[in-house]
Every structure is written in structure tokens, then in C-alpha cells.
Design a protein around this ligand. Structure first.
Ligand SMILES: NC(=O)c1ccc[n+]([C@@H]2O[C@H](COP(=O)([O-])OP(=O)(O)OC[C@H]3O[C@@H](n4cnc5c(N)ncnc54)[C@H](OP(=O)(O)O)[C@@H]3O)[C@@H](O)[C@H]2O)c1
Length: 327
């Protein structure tokens, strides 16, 4: 019988690639989605749909008992919200409910993989040595990061579930929407930056992340959190340079003054009804000096070997956007 994996957040960007990787690995996939989720892009894949309500632990226990999953990849989460409470409810509370449901179900799950974020650890000093040291004491600078760290702490308190945490840096690839907005801006001839401060950034191609997730399910490890990037360090202009070269673009580089951006963020926070694209909290992330991370542990323990650097991954991504008429 094929191993059964529950993938939450299956309708999202990362979720789609997790589903593909799990199917490629010969697993029977249960895609956890909502009645309101857009799943049209999943329809060609051989998946079973389930509709868990993560706020109801008893219902989660029933679902786990009914399907007897071997593995769970918990990717459902929010990256934009109006308040820390909202982030905590979904990113931390729902993770705790799901893990507790596993614990109380009596089903011998082989692995509970939680997709956290490098935001839970926070940025490091610009002049950190290379390769950068592993951050021992997390210090998130956003409410999103704090909620992911809280989720990790909740998991740490559950003793009878073999959990592993992946902390991806910025993920890009086919179907990604946030960086895509930036690519469209480049195509309009503008290359905007927030302030003049130098920055180091890191990235991971979504297929490398999905491969790492499958490795994490199978590896004989638990109770560990792994940072994940492609292992390289990029200055703040590298992304635009690669895109411009690939799309043969010329752009006007603009450094928007930080005080002005802060005012725009404050206004956007006040006037937007839903979660604003930019707010003061998000600025802490976007302007942080160094988002590099150390990936020695995941290389060593899981045998993770990133197949894509930014240039190769971005080429595949841009080809995908173009072939699928996103631009
Ligand atoms: N993208 C990145 O750069 C990045 C980096 C680090 C970590 N991560 C983490 O990776 C995971 C996936 O991110 P993504 O970029 O793929 O985001 P995404 O495209 O927005 O997908 C989020 C997924 O979570 C589901 N979800 C959100 N709120 C939910 C709720 N209340 N109940 C049930 N399902 C809910 C969404 O369902 P609907 O389709 O119904 O909305 C969707 O399937 C998240 O946990 C995120 O924190 C992402």
C-alpha cells in the first residue's frame, strides 16, 4: 500500500509543489483545502480532497483516525494579516490543534512536518561572517515571524509526535504571486528599492523546498528545525539583474526614501480593509540587512542538495510565467 500523506495548504503556492513532489515520491496524497479554496490547478493531479476545520481539534482527530495518515505536511498558513492575534490564531493555534490531534488520535504517525519560516528566526547582522553562523536564539522582527516561532514552541511541547520543522527563506517559483508583482514592475521599466541600505538576501526554489520536505518525511530524524535556502548569498540587486538579463529589460533603479515608505505603510495600514500588502511590520522584514542562513544541518542530516541557484530557478520560473500567460 502507498504511504498516505496529508498536505495542508495544498491549494497554495508551496502546497501545489508539495503535492507534486509527494505524488512523484509514490505517495497517496490527501490535499487539505477549504470549500472556498481555488483547486482548479490541482484537478489534473491524482489527489483526495479533505476539508478539515483547524479550529476544531475533535474533528481533526476524527479525520486522522478515518484516514490513518503515515505523514502530515502542515503548510497551511497566512503570510498577511492585520494583527499578531490573527497570525497567532492561524499559524500557531491551528498548528497546535493539528499536532495535538495527532497526539490524541493514537495513530502512529511517522512524521509531522511543519513548514515554518526563516522569519521565525529573524535576520542577522549585515557583516556576519560567511558561511553565516547558525542562529541559536531566534529573534523574529515581524508578527508573522513571531507567530511561526510560537507554532514551533507549541510543537516542541508535544512529546509523542515525531515532528520536524523546515524554515524556508523567501520561496520563489511557478505560481508564486508576491515576487511576481515585483517582476511586473521591472517589466514596466521600474526597479524600486526601499531605502539605500545594503542588504544580503537568500532564496530557495520551490522545487528544492518540496524535495527537502520529502527527504524530511523519510529521514530518521525528529524534534529538529532546519533552515533552508539554496545555500547562496545574494546582494539586493541580484534578483533584478537576473530577471533583466533573462527578459532583456532596461529599468530605472529608484531608491525610495524610507521615511516616505513608512508614511505610506502607516496610511495603507489604516485604510485597507483586509491585510495590507505593506505595513510597518512588513517593513521590518523587507528592510532587514541580512537574510542569509546556515544550511549545514539540513545538508548533513537530510542529504539536502539544492539543485537550483537563483539564476537557474528564476529562468525556469520566468519561462513558466510566460508559457502560462501570466505576463
Ligand atoms: N512563500 C514563501 O516565500 C514562504 C517562505 C517561508 C515560509 N512559507 C510558508 O509556507 C506555507 C505556504 O505558503 P505559500 O507561499 O504557499 O502561501 P499561499 O499561497 O498563500 O498558501 C497558503 C495556503 O494556506 C491555506 N490557508 C490559509 N489560511 C487558512 C486557514 N485559515 N484554514 C485553512 N487553510 C488556510 C490557503 O488556503 P486557501 O487557498 O483556501 O486560501 C493556502 O492553501 C505557509 O505556511 C508560509 O508561512 C512561505
Amino acid at each position: 500500500m502507498k504511504p498516505r500523506v496529508l498536505i495542508t495548504g495544498a491549494s497554495g503556492f508551496v502546497g501545489y509543489h508539495l503535492v507534486e513532489a509527494a505524488l512523484d515520491a509514490g505517495m497517496e496524497v490527501y490535499a487539505a483545502v477549504r470549500a472556498s479554496s481555488n483547486v482548479s490547478h490541482l484537478n489534473h493531479l491524482q489527489v483526495n480532497y479533505v476539508y478539515p476545520d483547524f479550529s476544531r481539534k475533535e474533528a481533526l482527530i476524527e479525520m486522522i483516525k478515518e484516514h490513518r495518515f503515515d505523514y502530515i505536511i502542515h503548510g497551511a498558513g497566512i503570510t498577511k494579516a492585520r494583527s499578531l492575534d490573527e497570525y497567532n490564531k492561524v499559524n500557531a493555534g491551528y498548528t497546535q490543534n493539528l499536532a495535538q490531534a495527532v497526539s490524541e488520535s493514537g495513530i502512529p504517525l511517522k512524521k509531522f512536518l511543519f513548514i515554518s519560516s526563516l522569519a521565525a528566526v529573524g535576520p542577522i547582522a549585515y557583516d556576519a561572517s560567511w558561511p553565516v553562523p547558525d542562529v541559536i536564539t531566534p529573534s523574529p522582527v515581524t508578527s508573522y515571524g513571531k507567530s511561526k516561532l510560537l507554532a514551533e514552541e507549541f510543537l516542541g511541547a508535544i512529546s509523542n509526535v515525531p515532528w520536524v520543522i523546515l524554515r524556508p527563506t523567501a520561496v520563489y517559483g511557478p505560481r508564486e504571486r508576491d515576487l511576481f508583482v515585483l517582476f511586473k514592475t521591472f517589466r514596466r521599466g521600474l526597479e524600486p528599492y526601499m531605502g539605500r541600505g545594503a542588504q544580503w538576501l537568500s532564496f530557495v526554489y520551490v522545487k528544492d523546498l518540496a524535495d527537502a520536505a520529502i527527504l524530511a518525511l523519510k529521514a530518521p530524524v525528529s524534534g529538529v528545525a532546519y533552515n533552508i535556502s539554496d545555500g547562496n548569498s545574494y546582494d539586493r540587486y541580484a534578483l533584478a539583474a537576473i530577471i533583466k538579463q533573462h527578459l532583456k529589460l532596461r529599468t530605472l533603479r529608484i531608491h525610495l526614501p524610507l521615511p516616505v515608505i513608512k508614511i505610506v505603510a502607516a496610511i495603507s495600514e489604516k485604510v485597507s480593509r483586509g491585510a495590507p500588502l505593506l505595513n510597518k511590520d512588513k517593513l521590518n522584514e523587507l528592510t532587514a540587512a541580512n537574510w542569509n542562513c546556515n544550511i549545514d544541518s539540513i545538508r548533513r542530516d537530510l542529504g539536502y542538495q539544492p539543485r537550483y541557484n537563483l539564476e537557474k530557478g528564476m529562468q525556469e520560473t520566468l519561462d513558466w510565467y510566460s508559457a502560462n500567460k501570466w505576463f
